[in-house]
Design a protein around this ligand. Structure first.
Ligand SMILES: Nc1ncnc2c1ncn2[C@@H]1O[C@H](COP(=O)(O)OP(=O)(O)O)[C@@H](O)[C@H]1O
Ligand SMILES: N[C@@H](CC(=O)OP(=O)(O)O)C(=O)O
Length: 243
């Protein structure tokens, strides 16, 4: 069993989602059970991106619970679209969201922390279909309210679910071929790294646009979960991150 995480760029249109579906189908053949964690579709002004949802009204600045509920819809929409397209491609699957996903959060709206993951319903669903889709970036607090867990938080969702299910590793699909020696969007001379450990990764995450959310990387280190960061379009090997 593995967890695969597809971010906003991988999910951005039907063409890139076809690549996501190919990666999911390949993983199903190899591992039988796959949990897919998705982020909201696109970036910036794209209609269902997290930024667009957070800017639907300026009243969200003083209504944090409502703002989180709106933001969480981006990942719900992404899960619904990927589920339908996977089904169309011949792969039955089931979405688990909200309380069904068993992801419990605490702390502040907009920046919650995952306090517990109860994998019972995920395991039950996997016995039915082998492929479960979970909207990232969110959980439920003790009062049953939806909370988001900080920008880039789907990475944390994927790792926390992976840890709860004791998977062999968590895979991330990016618009870069793996983890590079520096951000390739800023440095022409950056080169792909084949292997590194999380302590070596942490300095690379000190940027406005980290390749993995820093909080998620620290969680992976604490739970001893290996990560595999791959390119969504490339066939070449990605980067293994050892805990
Ligand atoms: N050291 C690095 N190696 C690779 N990519 C990096 C690095 N540092 C920053 N990045 C940036 O991370 C981006 C991918 O992460 P991100 O956009 O958060 O993915 P996701 O779509 O999964 O959320 C790349 O487009 C790249 O600009
Ligand atoms: N959609 C959320 C959560 C997330 O992790 O997104 P992405 O995987 O696209 O960085 C955000 O933009 O913060």
């Amino acid at each position: 069993m593995i967890v695969q995480k597809f971010g906003g760029v991988a999910m951005k249109d039907q063409q890139t989602r076809k690549l996501c579906i190919e990666h999911i189908q390949a993983a199903l053949e190899r591992y039988q059970n796959v949990v897919v964690v998705v982020s909201a579709i696109g970036r910036g002004i794209d209609p269902y991106s997290t930024d667009s949802l957070l800017h639907l009204t300026d009243a969200f600045s003083s209504a944090k619970a409502a703002s989180d509920l709106a933001a969480s819809c981006g990942e719900l929409i992404a899960a619904a679209i990927l589920s339908a397209e996977l089904q169309q491609a011949g792969t039955p699957n089931r979405i688990l969201h909200g309380i069904q996903a068993g992801i419990w959060t605490s702390g502040d709206f907009g920046d919650g922390t995952i306090s517990d993951v109860d994998p019972t319903m995920i395991k039950d669903a996997l016995t039915e279909t082998g492929c479960v889709i979970i909207p990232g970036f969110q959980g439920i607090n003790e009062f049953g309210q939806v909370m988001t867990i900080g920008r880039g938080g789907s990475d944390l969702t994927a790792i926390a679910v992976g840890a709860a299910l004791r998977v062999s590793h968590v895979e991330f699909f990016k618009d870069v071929p793996g983890i590079m020696s520096s951000d390739p969007k800023d440095h022409n001379d950056s080169r792909k790294l084949d292997n590194l450990n999380i302590l070596q990764l942490l300095p690379l995450l000190e940027t406005d646009r980290p390749v993995i959310q820093k909080r998620a990387a620290i969680y992976a280190m604490k739970k001893a979960i290996p990560l595999y960061v791959r390119g969504i379009t490339s066939k070449e090997n990605g980067t293994w991150v050892n805990p």
